[in-house]
Design a protein. Sequence first.
Length: 229
Amino acid sequence: MSKEEVFEKLKNKKGSDKEFVEIANNAIHEGILHYWDDELAKEFNLLIPIYENYLLFLSSYIRPDIFKKYEFCGLWKKGVEQGVGWCTQSSALLTYALRDRDIESDIYVMLYHAVSLVKVQDNEWWVADPDYGVIIPHSIQKIESNPELIRPFYQAKDFNNEQIDTLIKIFDKNNPDEQKIGYIRDTNYCTYRHKPFEYLVYFLKWLIPLLLIFPLIYSSIPRKKYENE
């Protein structure tokens, strides 16, 4: 699905919140290529081009571990335009697109996978997995207590039992891999890592050149006045 088609789907104002969540989840799934390797990072603009934002571009050389491949959060439309990413990127784009529709949503990061938690109505939460294109109409608490609940929803999307078994292990709150390293699941992926920063760097992208140009403009004023005399 092209970025224009994704944006068109996300403009949909008709229907209930539940219907929109399903539409948005499917649009992000079809519009974001699951890719995050180094080989084609430049071709897929995972490395932000200098013409898009020279600050992010330069940051990729200062802190390549963070900025060589960049995920958008608050500026989710730029992430759709980028059109590529892992589960964290897809979940971030869905979450912020839903928030723009005034639908409460959070990114939920587990070890090896991320999903979106979506409040579809009072006291009812769903788990949306845009990376796989799956909606699970249960709360994350219910799923973590009984991860087998996810099986029919992934089966309906033609994922095989081996893939689903892996996902069940990931969703299990007693995941031994997480316990081994003391991993803590959270919803702070964008809050502390990207959102404030990317708003700032896109503001500075324009402010810095203006500050550099202003002295030249200011100094040209008296010269013009003198020349006119």
